[in-house]
Design a protein around this ligand. Structure first.
Ligand code: ZN
Length: 285
């Protein structure tokens, strides 16, 4: 199947009460693991790339892998640019074939966030690319951006409603207390706020900082309108632990393909478990 627009996937998910996993990949092996896991479960999936990963490989090469793997899958695959502040990178990704982009202007005042988001929606519209925007400020570390807990601001429901009326985005990421990276204590999720945002905003919502949330928290957030769940940190850990772990157990072997095969299986297993948890099994049909 060719790429599918994220908008189509997420509308169906919000309507039917499940979430599509958006998994951050870093190379061909991790991309293959995510697409194969989704395909085995007949689920739609979002391949998510950080701007750092895009710059490391180059947009053309990266889009080439994802496209060729997506074509082998009979189920919908979207290619999404995560947390980007740089309009030039956004333009390059759209040109190279990304199906959606996230403009992250959340550290700016409301009006500036709105103006920049509008600009990106204008650029994306000419190529039928979907747009995700962030309101409030999600804590933790993502790529080179670090937001201290004290600076993380939750999204205001009234602002969320007016923002989505003033600019035609396809998905909103409201800060609701989750954080990027590893949680230091028990995450405090503002479920009431999420419920209020969900009541005022009919769009699919994106849940960031998914790594380390309990199955129960995931289920509640999905029930309250989160139709996209981002997973990055967990896969980074599995990426390293599986590769290094394999070598630790086979010290005399220097066959990279065996270590890559082990890494692929472990990543695929993680992604399968999460897709099941998000209720997306069979939803790609
Ligand atoms: Zn995020």
């Amino acid at each position: 199947m060719a790429f599918e627009n994220m908008k189509t996937m997420l509308h169906k998910a919000r309507h039917e009460g499940y979430a599509v996993g958006a998994f951050n990949i870093v190379d061909l092996n991790s991309t293959r693991a995510v697409i194969d896991a989704a395909s085995e479960l007949r689920a739609p999936v979002i391949i998510q790339t950080s701007p750092k990963t895009v710059i490391f490989w180059g947009p053309q090469i990266l889009a080439g892998w994802v496209k060729s793997l997506a074509q082998q899958s009979p189920f919908p695959v979207a290619l999404h640019l995560d947390h980007c502040k740089d309009l030039e990178v956004i333009r390059q990704c759209i040109e190279a074939g990304w199906t959606s982009v996230m403009i992250d202007a959340s550290s700016r005042p409301y009006q500036e966030n709105l103006a920049l988001t509008r600009q990106v929606v204008g650029i994306a519209a000419t190529s039928d690319v979907s747009v995700e925007a962030e309101l409030g400020e999600i804590g933790g570390v993502e790529d080179d951006k670090s937001v201290a807990d004290a600076d993380a601001r939750l999204a205001d429901p009234a602002n969320a409603e007016s923002f989505c009326r003033q600019v035609e985005i396809d998905c909103l990421a409201p800060a609701i207390g989750t954080a990027h990276g590893i949680y230091k204590g028990e995450p405090r999720i503002a479920f009431d706020r999420l419920a209020e945002i969900s009541r005022r905003v009919p769009l699919p919502l994106a849940l960031h900082g998914g790594t380390g949330l309990s199955p129960d928290v995931f289920r509640q957030c999905i029930r309250l309108g989160c139709a996209k769940v981002n997973i990055s940190t967990q896969l980074k850990h599995t990426f390293f632990d599986s590769f290094v772990g394999y070598h630790g157990e086979h010290r005399d072997q220097y066959d990279p393909l065996k270590a890559l095969a082990c890494q692929y299986e472990r990543l695929k297993q993680d992604v399968r478990c999460l897709i099941e948890l998000f209720g997306a099994r069979g939803k790609g049909e």
